[in-house]
Design a protein around this ligand. Structure first.
Ligand code: ADP
Ligand code: ADP
Ligand code: ZN
Length: 214
C-alpha cells in the first residue's frame, strides 16, 4: 500500500495519515515532521530548513529529495508507506518516481484532499501541535481535554510559527504555484483520487478506506 497525500497546508493530510498508519500498520512519512524534528535537535538540516519554513517557502528540492530517498529505503517501508507533504514540486514527483522504480515499487494512489482556501486558514490558525510528540489538535474541531496539554503524552501544545495567518497566506501561494500542478501530473498518470477534505474527519477517513479497499 503505497500512498501519497496531496493537498494544501491544513487540508488534513497529517490527521488522515496518522489514522491510516494506525489502521494498516504502514509508516507515516511527513517531510514537515522530519524538518521540525531536526530543528528541535539542532541539526544542520534543521537550521537550513528553518529559513525557508519561517518564510512559508518550500525547502529546496535537492534537500528534501535526499531525505525521502533514505527514508523509503528503510525496512519498515517494505509493507508500504504514506507520504504526507511530499512530493510538493514537479521535480520532487519525478525524483519519487525514479527512486521507487529503483526499489521495484510504484505509487498505488495519490489522494488529493480538497478543501476551500478559507476553511484551510481557519484550520491552520487554530491548529495546535504537541512540542513533545508532534500530535495535532484543533481548538474547535478536535480540542484536547485540557487546554495547552497533549492528551497523548502530557506535552505542551503550541501554535507553529508558520501557522500564523501571514505565513499561512504565503504557504498557500507556494502551494498554488508549485504544488497544485501535481494534480494534473498525477491525473495523467491515472493515479489521482479526489477526496472531499471539507467533510468531518471520520467521513474523510471512510472515503480514503473505500479507495484503499476497492
Ligand atoms: P495538513 O497536514 O494537511 O497540514 P492537518 O492534518 O494538520 O493538515 O490538519 C490541519 C488542522 O485542521 C488541524 O488542527 C486538524 O486538527 C484540523 N482538521 C483536520 N481534518 C479536519 C476535518 N476533516 N475537519 C475539521 N478540522 C480538521
Ligand atoms: P502542512 O502540514 O501544514 O502542510 P508541513 O509540515 O508539511 O506543513 O510543511 C511545513 C514546511 O516544511 C513547509 O512550509 C515547507 O517549508 C517545508 N516542507 C515540508 N515538506 C516539503 C517538501 N516536500 N518540499 C519542500 N519543502 C517542504
Ligand atoms: Zn504529545
Amino acid at each position: 500500500m503505497n500512498l501519497v497525500l496531496l493537498g494544501p497546508p491544513g487540508a488534513g493530510k497529517g490527521t488522515q495519515a496518522e489514522r491510516i498508519s494506525a489502521l494498516y500498520g504502514v509508516p507515516h512519512i511527513s517531510t514537515g515532521d522530519i524538518f521540525r524534528d531536526n530543528l528541535k535537535r539542532g541539526t544542520v538540516l534543521g537550521r537550513r530548513a528553518k529559513e525557508y519554513m519561517d518564510r512559508g517557502e518550500l525547502v529546496p528540492d535537492e534537500v528534501v529529495i535526499g531525505i525521502v530517498r533514505d527514508r523509503l529505503a528503510k525496512p519498515d517501508c517494505e509493507k508500504g508507506f504514506i507520504l504526507d507533504g511530499f512530493p510538493r514540486t514537479a521535480a520532487q514527483a519525478d525524483a519519487l518516481k525514479a527512486m521507487l522504480a529503483d526499489l521495484g515499487k510504484a505509487i498505488d494512489h495519490v489522494l488529493n484532499v480538497q478543501v476551500p482556501e478559507e476553511a484551510v486558514v481557519e484550520r491552520l490558525t487554530a491548529r495546535r501541535t504537541c512540542r513533545s510528540c508532534g500530535k495535532v489538535y484543533h481548538l474547535v474541531f478536535d480540542p484536547p481535554a485540557k487546554e495547552d496539554t497533549c492528551d497523548a503524552c502530557g506535552g505542551e501544545l503550541y501554535c507553529r510559527d508558520d501557522d500564523k495567518e501571514e505565513t499561512v497566506r504565503a504557504r498557500l501561494r507556494e502551494y498554488e504555484d508549485k504544488t497544485s500542478p501535481l494534480i494534473a501530473y498525477y491525473e495523467g498518470e491515472g493515479l489521482l483520487r479526489n477526496i472531499n477534505g471539507a467533510a468531518e474527519m471520520d467521513e474523510v477517513l471512510r472515503a480514503i478506506r473505500d479507495i484503499i479497499e476497492a
